[in-house]
Design a binder for this molecule. Sequence first.
Ligand SMILES: [Zn+2]
Length: 253
Amino acid sequence: MATVKDFSVEEKLTAVLTLQKIDSKIDEIKTLKGELPMEVKDLEDEIEGLQTRIQNIDAEIDSINSFIDAKTEAKKEAQALIKKYEKQQDNVKNNREFEAINKETELQELEVKLNDKHIKDANFELKERTNQRLKTEEKIADLQEALKAKKAELDKIIGETEKEEKVLAEKSEEAKSKVDPRLLSAYERIRGSYMNGLAVVPILRDSCGGCFNVIPPQRQSEIRQHKKIIVCEHCGRVLVDTDLNDAVSEKMK
Ligand SMILES: [Zn+2]
């Protein structure tokens, strides 16, 4: 097409830079959305893990309570025996019998003490587990609050960006149609080969805005002259001067 030939280097650069800026916006939205679902999933997993912990604590509490019940029962039995022995002692016939009952009573008193100690220790454990349960429940409540906020944020972004993404996709197509075909294929190839999707970059502090290697002053001056398209000799990205970059940014506002 004859008209393509008429485009100046500056026009070509402007067109491809405009496309880059639109595509970068699309990338930004994708990145934003890309992390939120993961964050939501992480929170859900964490809450699930804590709920399992609560179930485990509850099982432990049940088992401690059963233990306390059993020890309380054993203590009562020992106390009942002591009472029985006390009555028997009122009717002893001889010293030998008295001694035997005395020994049995002492044994049961020891049993009462032992059970008391078990019950005391178990109650201490119970208190610890109850505290753990409380703290875990508080943590779950906090996480659920955070989850709610993240989900709302995600829903909002999805709602908002659906429209924006559609508009940007249309703008990208339109901008693409204005880029010189050879430059476009280079743009798409370079863009596809970098994680950040940058194929056209400005000079930033005397360096390539893509790979940050220093650009010699002579080359910088060539870039500013817009006589030919210049790519970074390190990363292959198309380089533009800051004036052109700012002008395109301004035009897109
Ligand atoms: Zn570079």
